[in-house]
Design a protein around this ligand. Structure first.
Ligand code: UD1
Ligand code: MG
Length: 421
């Protein structure tokens, strides 16, 4: 029978160097917590994913508890990475599985890479496979020590390195594949006789002897961990480049990629143009042949249908714009459904919040919204209706009707409208 894959995700560190309030693994990286990125990179066939949390385990549970196959283990005190894995050992099968151990603070690792490392581990019959990388600046990381024949010997942490060892550029990327049998046998043998008095997971390598090997990453960037704010910024740049690359490959046009922010998971269709200073938050979806920006923010639940256009200084949240709908200048659409072929005039606002709850604005197809209209939600506008400039719409508008004024009333009825010559 094929061996199972079980993942252990280390997330109990206190993140002191990061200076954050909550757990470091919940720090935001392009719209999702660090830990989210790591979980997303685990091979699809993982039988279970055990997240090791510490003092802040409850917070991790709140956010990830509902995810399929995710379970939790508590590390009472952060006594080191090997100690963290020991806290989860009861949940790891004693045999017949390969255990993928990953750091919750290394969000750039790719799923294909983890799968390739797992395949290499199985092919060679190793007990311990550590993912390694050659980096320009190894400061702070565990160094990979090899014998004169190139064979992997052990890993030495920065604080335990000799001057010679500090010059080694091959480092521990922070991910391991370990045979379950070997993990249960070796982990109890890890001591804390080192500069930090911690139980180091990296000691598994020396303990496994000839049964340990390194899997060198082709792309060293995947090894990047986030321990302090500058590293978070570096990770953000790399992930942003990946996201924009993926969009470009799908036919999205981005004339000034250095001036857009596209968070994780945003889908954008072919032929859509993202102009400078556009921010697309996680949970925004844009169909083909749309145009966004310059200077526009699409937040969670923003959805543009094919050919829709969002222009300068426009914010869209939890709103859908139908095909070819246009909102080109200085507007806020929140909790709105805008039909096809609607033109939303400059300076239009959906007043969606009454101080207590949010309400929706529903605008039918072919509606013409005059400049400076305010929709006081909840409110419904039927197809082909029109609002005059500056209308404050507090009541529903019927099909084809025109309303004007404050509060807006049907044109003609009781309102006298003075027209300029
Ligand atoms: C660790 C590795 C180092 C490697 C680097 C890669 C060890 C001893 N060192 O160092 O060789 O180059 O990652 O990024 O393994 N954690 C716990 N419980 C603890 C301590 C840590 O769950 O008691 C978790 C942290 O939340 C983090 C991960 O383990 O997600 C790594 O811990 P961290 O303190 O960041 O180790 P590094 O110094 O980065
Ligand atoms: Mg780290």
């Amino acid at each position: 029978m094929a061996r199972a894959v079980v993942a252990v995700v280390l997330a109990a560190g206190e993140g002191k160097r990061m200076r954050t309030q909550g757990p470091k693994v919940l720090v935001d990286l392009l719209g999702r917590p660090l830990l989210w990125h790591v979980l997303a990179a685990l091979p699809a066939n993982c039988r279970k994913r055990i997240v090791v949390g510490g003092r802040t385990l409850a917070q991790l549970r709140d956010i990830f508890g509902a995810e399929r196959g995710v379970e939790f283990a508590r590390q009472a005190k952060p006594l080191g990475t090997a100690h963290a894995v020991r806290s989860a050992l009861k949940q790891v099968p004693a045999k017949g599985a390969d255990v993928l151990i990953v750091c919750g603070d290394a969000p750039l690792i790719r799923r294909e890479t983890l799968e390739a490392a797992l395949a290499a581990h199985r092919r060679t019959g190793a007990d311990v496979t550590v993912l390694s990388a050659k980096v320009a600046d190894p400061t702070g990381l565990g160094r990979i020590i090899r014998g004169s024949d190139g064979r992997l010997l052990r890993i030495v942490e920065q604080k335990d390195c000799s001057a010679d060892q500090l010059r080694i550029s091959e480092i521990n990327a922070g991910q391991f594949v370990v045979r379950a049998e070997a993990l249960h046998r070796l982990l109890p043998q890890v001591g804390r006789n080192n500069a930090q008095r911690e139980y180091y997971l990296t000691d598994l390598v020396a303990l496994a002897g000839a049964k340990a090997q390194a899997f060198l990453l082709a792309d060293a960037e995947e090894a990047r961990g986030v321990n302090q704010p500058d590293e978070l910024d570096a990770a953000r740049r790399l992930l942003q480049a990946r996201i924009l690359h993926r969009l470009r490959a799908g036919g999205v046009i981005i004339p000034a990629p250095e001036h857009v922010v596209v968070e994780s998971g945003v889908e954008v269709g072919e032929g859509t143009v993202l102009h400078p200073f556009v921010v697309l938050r996680s949970g925004a979806t844009i169909a083909a042949r749309c145009s966004v920006g310059p200077c526009a923010v699409l937040r969670k639940g923003a959805r543009l249908d094919e050919g829709a256009r969002v222009g300068n200084f426009v914010e869209v949240k939890a709103s859908r714009l139908g095909q070819r709908a246009k909102v080109l200048h200085l507007s806020y659409l929140g909790d709105a459904d805008v039909g096809a072929d609607v033109n939303v005039g400059a300076g239009t606002i959906t007043a969606n919040f009454d101080g207590v709850a949010k309400h929706r604005t529903r605008i039918g197809a072919g509606v013409s919204v005059g400049a400076g209209t305010i929709f006081v939600a909840p409110v419904k506008v039927a197809d082909k209706a029109r609002t005059g400039a500056g209308a404050v719409v507090t009541r529903d508008i019927g099909r084809g009707a025109t309303v004007v004024g404050v509060p807006a009333r049907p044109l003609g009825a009781k309102t006298k409208v003075r027209r300029h010559k």
